[in-house]
Design a protein around this ligand. Structure first.
Ligand SMILES: Cc1cc2nc3c(=O)[nH]c(=O)nc-3n(C[C@H](O)[C@H](O)[C@H](O)COP(=O)(O)OP(=O)(O)OC[C@H]3O[C@@H](n4cnc5c(N)ncnc54)[C@H](O)[C@@H]3O)c2cc1C
Length: 393
């Protein structure tokens, strides 16, 4: 069997893999880049199962800056990713994100608000009365303040993924439908990958863009990352609300979130500490909403006591068990093996900045945005970098 050589092999064709391929080829159109994806239908990949929310409301400077860049890209997305005269439609709906603050979350959020302002973000600090004006359905239970990001919003994750994917194929990336069984190494240097049909693809640069499966890929290379695939469920409910404009996406202090999709439709979700860990359960449970979210929802939004549960789905967060933040950069113990993992539920919005950063590292360019705070070295050093406890998407 002939052995193929590449400049870069990317394992995983989700939004991280495709965005990184895009920046590699943008920086150097002659690069030979392979994206290996085991399931081009993306049935279980996290990207299409995401809520597609993007916000500048973070507490770590670099997380805010990643979103600022993401917002910039979204402004020009249709033009930048046009292929053969067809412009992708990411359906970016800047409905705004409204965070409700209680006594416990107020101080931490105020610090975040000041930091966001200092970085030039559009964000508002709200009194409870102002929160009520933005969200008339909310009875202001527990509310001592609020923050509102008018530019935050939701979009079609598949629209964004397809934009990147089609563009990188046009730019010359090889998109291969195959499963990687092993990342190959010689001593401390990565040298390629083995596919499940035993075919070998060679490269001195391999990227782990395997999302919730990242840990298994790292283990196949003889290394580890603290990323656990964790089941998260989303439920769509229908109410008889007739609102002329789309309401902001609402985030309650307990982590329950309510994203208005237009007309009477809302997307609801919440993370629980006992959510299943593993890659073998994608069953959406109606009882999860009925028994663990509905009562709480009605306590804050009384009008939701009458609704129809339409449908739902389950997907995987790639939870970084050290600090719930991205792990970005070269493996400390395997040269040429790059991580873009562990996004813990806020990765979709970071794909643009992450793709650019990982491509810059691989090509030894000075990063446009220094994201070394998320280096994998912090795992070895046991030096976590924590975001807020509260903003968990
Ligand atoms: C319910 C839910 C809601 C979310 N909401 C948001 C949100 O509102 N905002 C936000 O920013 N983020 C959100 N996220 C998180 C976001 O979806 C992820 O962080 C992001 O999509 C990760 O992209 P990825 O490319 O790393 O992973 P994926 O999209 O999972 O892509 C990884 C790919 O790797 C492939 N793969 C794995 N192993 C192999 C192998 N050995 N060989 C070949 N291919 C392989 C998989 O098939 C998969 O297609 C949410 C996630 C979930 C589950």
């Amino acid at each position: 069997m002939s052995v193929k050589n590449y400049d870069v092999i990317i394992v995983g064709g989700g939004v991280m893999g495709c965005a990184t391929a895009y920046y590699l080829l943008k920086f150097d159109s002659k690069l030979k880049v392979a994206i290996i994806e085991k399931d081009p239908s993306y049935e279980f990949a996290s990207t299409p199962l995401s809520d597609g929310n993007m916000r500048i409301q973070f507490n770590i400077k670099e997380n805010i800056q990643m979103s600022q860049y993401g917002m910039e890209v979204m402004q020009r997305f249709a033009d930048e990713f046009e292929v053969d005269g067809v412009k992708p439609d990411a359906a970016f709906r800047q409905q705004g994100n409204l965070f409700v603050l209680d006594e416990n979350s107020k101080d931490e959020s105020y610090e975040g608000y000041l930091l966001q302002k200092s970085l030039g973000c559009e964000v508002e600090w709200l009194t409870p009365e102002e929160v009520g004006k933005y969200y008339p359905l909310y009875n202001l239970k527990d509310c001592v303040a609020g923050t509102f990001g008018p530019k935050d919003g939701t979009m079609s994750p598949m629209g964004v993924l397809n934009g990147y994917k089609k563009k990188v194929i046009q730019l010359g990336a090889e998109y291969i439908h195959a499963e990687v069984s092993q990342v190959l190494r010689e001593g401390n240097q990565v040298v390629g990958v083995k596919l499940i049909n035993n075919e070998i693809l060679q490269s001195n640069i391999v990227m782990n863009a395997a999302g919730a499966w990242a840990k298994y890929l790292a283990e196949s290379a003889g290394t580890t990352i603290p990323v656990e695939p964790t089941k998260r469920q989303v439920t769509i409910v229908e109410t008889n609300l007739h609102s002329e404009k789309v309401l902001p996406a609402l985030f309650l202090p307990s982590g329950l979130y309510v994203i208005h999709e237009g007309e009477g439709m809302f997307m609801i979700g919440k993370c629980f500490n006992d959510d299943y860990v593993g890659v073998d359960d994608f069953v959406w449970e109606r009882s999860m909403f009925e028994e663990r979210m509905w009562e709480e929802l009605v306590a804050y939004l009384p009008t939701f006591d009458r609704l129809k549960i339409s449908r739902g789905w389950a997907g995987l967060y790639e939870v970084n068990t050290l600090d719930s933040n991205a792990i970005l950069g070269e493996s400390p113990d395997l040269k040429g093996f790059y991580f873009a993992n562990g996004f813990s539920g806020h990765g979709f919005q970071q794909c643009h900045a992450v793709g650019r950063y990982i491509a810059e590292l691989m090509l030894h360019k000075t990063p446009t945005l220094d994201l070394s705070i998320f280096s994998p070295n912090r795992i070895v050093e046991n030096a976590p970098v924590f975001e807020s406890r509260r903003k968990i998407i």
